[in-house]
Design a protein around this ligand. Structure first.
Ligand SMILES: [Mn+2]
Length: 325
């Protein structure tokens, strides 16, 4: 057990009140790790609050699948100076959005993350880039604290594990990852319903919008890239919320003609967010960091300061110039 893990376990084992946060626009790993830890800590008698720094504060649709969401509070009612605070899956302080200030004022700040670009935050950094998911680290922490893990907590962690490993297909999947999956499957939650809710819950309006994304697919053979885009006007016209399009990149990436897939989505503020996936020949985290973003070697992203055409041109250039991983 690492020294950080032991210290984090000691702090959480004796804390009466714990404030937990995860990154803005949470994915199931962020929300699942946070709610799973909250359920576990409450089962030991602690009081917890959970939040993420989005305004307006809207939980994604699939969040209803995760137990423990009664701990969720709006970021503005989150403790201003928490004695003990835990963050889940945030690669940088600004990923906490409006809760970054609360984290800066926390007495003890346990920072749980697995992003390679994270070089150590918090008073107790629990950061392991080799971990498949933050859920994996959260489970390690529960084992270090000891006691029974409630089934509801296991479900939350399983949601994070399944999604952050791409249903166990990404390169970060190690024997230990599958052992953890086996361990979590011993609990009596309905994993089929959970995964249906995570992966097979599209609206017809979204599927038609996905048709637009696929229709626009472009190939840039020089840059080993396929890409497409979505604007705010596309979303408004289709009546689709931006969070519904989170998995569209997973369809674009199946194009066999290129190593790198990118989906460029216009944000509410008009800027373009670039999500990239690599099949293995390119380090897209290195590409993203050239534009102020980050992520993992095979999955990374950034927000462009330029318009769509310039964003695409700069991306093509970066991929052409950059040495393959
Ligand atoms: Mn994660």
């Amino acid at each position: 057990m690492s020294d950080e893990l032991r210290r984090a376990a000691e702090v959480l084992a004796r804390a009466d009140e714990i404030a937990l946060a995860c990154h803005v626009n949470p994915d199931p790993d962020a929300l699942g790790s946070m709610l799973g830890l909250s359920v576990f800590l409450r089962s030991r008698g602690a009081r917890t609050v959970c939040s993420f720094g989005n305004e307006p504060f809207e939980a994604p649709r699939w969040a209803a699948l995760l137990p423990g969401s009664d701990a969720l509070v709006e970021p503005r009612t989150f403790p201003k100076r928490p004695t003990v605070m835990v963050t889940c899956d945030a690669a940088a302080l600004d990923r906490l959005g409006m809760l970054a200030a609360n984290a800066s004022r926390a007495g003890e700040l346990i920072w749980i993350d697995h992003h390679r670009s994270n070089d150590g935050l918090g008073t107790i950094p629990l950061i392991d880039p080799a971990a498949s998911s933050t859920a994996e680290l959260a489970f390690r922490l529960m084992l270090a604290i000891g006691g029974e893990v409630p089934s509801d907590a296991a479900l939350c962690l399983y949601a994070g594990l399944v999604t952050d490993t791409g249903r166990f297909q990404f390169e970060a999947v190690r024997p230990e990852t599958l052992e953890l999956a086996a361990e979590l499957r011993r609990y009596p939650f309905d994993h089929t319903r959970l995964v249906q809710g995570l992966y097979e819950d599209n609206s017809s309006a979204y599927l038609r919008l996905l048709g637009t994304v696929l229709h626009r697919l472009s190939r840039e053979p020089d840059a080993d890239l396929v890409w497409s885009y979505l604007t705010q006007a596309d979303l408004a016209g289709a009546g689709v919320h931006a969070t519904e399009t989170d998995d569209a990149i997973d369809v674009v990436r199946t194009a066999r003609e290129a190593d790198v897939a990118a989906l460029i989505k216009q944000q509410r503020d008009g800027r373009f967010k670039v999500s990239m996936r690599s099949r293995g020949d390119h380090d897209v985290a290195a590409v993203a960091s050239r534009f102020g973003g980050g992520g993992h070697r095979l999955a990374a992203g950034y927000t462009s300061a330029q318009g769509l055409a310039e964003t695409v041109r700069a991306l093509i250039e970066a991929l052409r110039d950059g040495p393959p991983a």
